[in-house]
Design a protein around this ligand. Structure first.
Ligand SMILES: Nc1ncnc2c1ncn2[C@@H]1O[C@H](COP(=O)(O)OP(=O)(O)OP(=O)(O)O)[C@@H](O)[C@H]1O
Ligand SMILES: [Mg+2]
Length: 248
């Protein structure tokens, strides 16, 4: 088994965030085909998009605020499981063998070495482990656990070669301009002012924070368009691609 690659399929690309419950099966299908043909050991994390974020927002749930409404928590989780099941179904139809796990199963509980060997065992068996941003019971109540935070936890655990973030934009833009920054360092990220966006978890701002930490752990973080399948494929394989690479 080669080194591990974590692919975060952004909710912004696998759904239309402007339309509640709008799943893009054609996009997931194309990304899954590139994952299948990459020859890399890929773990997939997907975001909430117009499933998780829509329902979470209706109930005032986010990664910062806890919800008093158990029904809101439950409905958000059900929406995420619905999206996850669509993603897994599309992946199965696209030459992959997805094996769904919730962050709770391995990352939040259990020891790191148990979790790492469990995930490596899945990869060795030919599965593509798939997990997603979730609603979890943490100190003080239920909060959204962002898919981007899960990428960070998995990166700590597995020291992957790369974390590839597939997005609805071509990479990270310069502040105040629609120009892609090809390379970033954790130091430069700390100086950037990026809006948190209006989703439940902190949008691009959280993603860059995660990328800076991932780079500090010795992995690369790549930001690439999820609509450009060739560029996504190159990023997965560690080739030069059109987008943004974050390295320490
Ligand atoms: N400097 C920037 N460079 C690139 N995108 C930016 C920047 N600042 C804000 N954005 C916005 O960040 C969005 C991506 O973050 P967002 O959290 O919405 O997507 P996601 O993580 O793919 O979705 P989800 O949270 O559902 O998984 C882009 O659609 C873009 O509009
Ligand atoms: Mg996001």
């Amino acid at each position: 088994m080669g080194r591990i690659v974590i692919a975060k399929l952004g909710g912004s690309v696998i759904t239309d965030k402007s339309k509640p419950f709008s799943y893009r099966s054609d996009v997931v299908s194309a990304l899954a085909e590139e994952i299948a043909s990459s020859g890399e050991s890929v773990i997939v994390v997907h975001g909430g998009g117009s499933y998780g974020h829509t329902v979470a927002k209706q109930h005032g749930l986010s990664s910062d605020t806890t919800s008093q409404s158990m029904s809101g928590v439950s409905q958000t989780r059900t929406a995420m499981l619905e999206l996850n099941s669509l993603v897994c179904k599309t992946m199965s139809e696209s030459k992959l063998n997805p094996y769904q796990f919730t962050p709770f199963d391995s990352v939040v509980h259990g020891t790191s070495s148990e979790s790492a060997s469990w995930l490596k065992g899945l990869l060795k068996a030919g599965a593509t482990p798939v997990t997603f941003g979730d609603v979890t019971l943490q100190k003080g109540g239920f909060r959204i656990l962002s898919g981007d935070t899960i990428v960070l936890e998995l990166a700590k655990l597995l020291k992957p070669e790369r974390c590839v973030f597939a997005l609805d934009v071509d990479g990270v833009y310069e502040e105040n301009a629609r120009v892609i920054v090809p390379e970033l360092t954790p130091g430069r990220i700390r100086k950037m002012k990026v809006p948190r966006g209006d989703d439940a978890t902190g949008g691009m701002s959280l993603k860059l924070e995660v990328a800076a930490k991932v780079a500090a752990y010795g992995s690369q973080a790549c930001f690439v368009s999820g609509y450009r399948r060739n560029e996504f494929s190159k990023a997965l394989r560690g080739m030069d691609f059109y987008g943004t690479t974050v390295r320490a």
